[in-house]
Design a protein around this ligand. Structure first.
Ligand code: NAP
Length: 320
C-alpha cells in the first residue's frame, strides 16, 4: 500500500509517498481502508521536529475515515464493511490503510461523508474538551471563539450554539467571516480589525465575554484579559510563541486562564467527547466543513496550506 513516510525532520517536502507493507490486525485491532485523512497543525510541528520525540521514520496522522477492511480476534464492536472514523492509529493515517486499536475506531453515520469523518476527531474533540470539560461553558453564557474559521473554531461554534450560548466568532477574511456566521455564530468579527475588541465588547453590552477559546494566545491573550467578564474563563487551545500579560487583570475579575491539550483528557472525558460527537451528528447540529482537499501524494502542499492564515474549514487528504 501507499503511505506518506517521514525519514528526517524538516520542511513539508520531507514527506515522501512510498510503497510499504499493508498491516494486518492482531487481537483487538482493526485495519481501516482509508478514504479521507484530516490534516491538523500539530502534524506540521511534529514533522518539523519541534513537538514531541517522534522516532523516525514514521507515517503522520491520527484522523481518518473509511471502511473496516479486517478485524482481529476479540474485536466485538466492528466488522468488515463498517463505515468508521479514527481517533489515532498504530501506523499513522496519511496512508491508504491504517491499523488501529478497537478503541481508536468509531462508527461514522451514513449521513456524514468520509471527508467530514476525517474532520471529526481532533477538531471536534478539542472543541468539546475546551468548551465543556475545561471552561464548563453553559447555556446563557457568552462565548468568543477567537479564530473560528478553521477546524477547531468551526467545531466550537457549532457546539456552543447548540448548547445555548451567545456565540461570537472571529476570522481574518470575508470568506472566513461568512463561514463563521453560517455555522452558528450570532456575530462574526474580523480579528485583523484594529477595533475588534471594541466590537466584541459591544456585543456583550460591555459586560465582557464569559468564555474565550483562544487559537493564537501569543498574539491575543493580553487583550483577551481586558474583555473577559467577571468569573470568565480563557482556554488556550493554540499558541505559537511567548506573550506578556498583566495578572492584575485576572485578579480584578476573578477570571482565569487555563491550558488544554486534547491528549490530556481523562478516560471519562474521552467518553464524553465521543458521545458528544455522536449526539451532534445524530441530531444534525454538527456538520464538519471541508475547506480544501489534496490527493495523498500532495501532503506537502496540504502542510503549506494549513500554516497559511486564510482558513475556510478543514483541510483533508483524499485517497483516489
Ligand atoms: P486551522 O484550521 O489552521 O485554523 C487556524 C485558525 O486560527 C483560523 O480560524 C485562523 O483564522 C485563526 N487565526 C489566524 N490568525 C489569528 C489571530 N490573529 N487571532 C485569532 N485567530 C487567528 O487550525 P485548527 O486545527 O483550527 O487549530 C487551531 C490552533 O489550535 C492551532 O494552533 C493548533 O495547533 C491548535 N490545536 C490545539 C489542540 C490542543 O489539544 N491544544 C488541538 C487542536 C489544535 P483566519 O485564517 O481566518 O485568519
Amino acid at each position: 500500500m501507499k503511505a506518506i513516510r517521514v525519514h528526517e525532520f524538516g520542511e513539508p517536502e520531507v514527506m515522501k509517498i512510498e510503497e510499504i507493507d499493508t498491516p494486518s490486525p492482531g487481537a483487538g485491532e482493526v485495519v481501516v481502508n482509508i478514504m479521507a485523512i484530516g490534516v491538523n497543525p500539530v502534524e506540521t510541528y511534529i514533522r518539523k521536529g519541534i513537538y514531541g520525540n517522534r522516532p523516525l521514520p514514521y507515517t503522520p496522522g491520527s484522523d481518518a475515515a473509511g471502511i473496516v477492511e479486517e478485524v482481529g480476534e476479540n474485536v466485538t464492536e466492528f466488522k468488515r464493511g463498517d463505515r468508521v472514523y479514527t481517533s489515532g492509529s498504530l501506523t499513522g493515517t496519511y496512508a491508504e490503510k491504517c491499523l488501529c486499536t478497537e478503541s481508536e475506531v468509531h462508527p461514522l453515520p451514513a449521513t456524514i461523508s468520509f471527508e467530514q469523518g476525517a474532520a471529526l476527531y481532533v477538531p471536534f474533540g478539542t472543541a468539546w474538551q475546551a468548551l465543556f470539560a475545561r471552561a464548563k461553558g453553559m447555556a446563557g453564557e457568552s462565548l468568543l471563539v477567537h479564530g473560528a474559521s478553521g477546524g477547531v473554531g468551526l467545531a466550537a461554534i457549532q457546539f456552543g450554539r447548540a448548547a445555548g450560548m451567545r456565540v461570537i466568532g472571529t476570522a481574518g477574511t470575508e470568506e472566513g467571516l461568512r463561514l463563521v456566521r453560517e455555522n452558528g455564530a450570532h456575530v462574526a468579527v474580523n480579528h485583523t480589525s484594529p477595533d475588534q475588541y471594541m466590537q466584541i465588547l459591544k456585543e456583550t453590552e460591555h459586560k465582557g465575554v464569559d468564555v474565550i477559546l483562544e487559537m493564537l494566545a501569543n498574539v491575543n491573550l493580553s487583550d483577551d484579559l481586558e474583555i473577559i467578564a467577571p468569573h470568565g474563563r480563557v482556554v488556550v487551545i493554540g499558541n505559537r510563541g511567548k506573550v506578556e500579560i498583566d495578572p492584575r487583570l485576572m485578579m480584578r475579575k476573578d477570571s482565569c486562564v487555563m491550558g488544554m491539550m486534547l491528549a490530556n483528557a481523562t478516560e471519562k472525558e474521552f467518553r464524553g467527547i465521543f458521545a458528544g460527537i455522536a449526539a451532534g451528528l445524530e441530531n444534525g447540529y454538527l456538520n464538519p466543513i471541508i475547506g480544501k482537499r489534496f490527493p495523498l501524494s500532495e501532503a506537502p502542499a496540504a502542510h503549506h496550506a494549513i500554516m497559511e492564515t486564510r482558513a475556510t474549514g478543514k483541510i483533508v487528504l483524499v485517497n483516489e
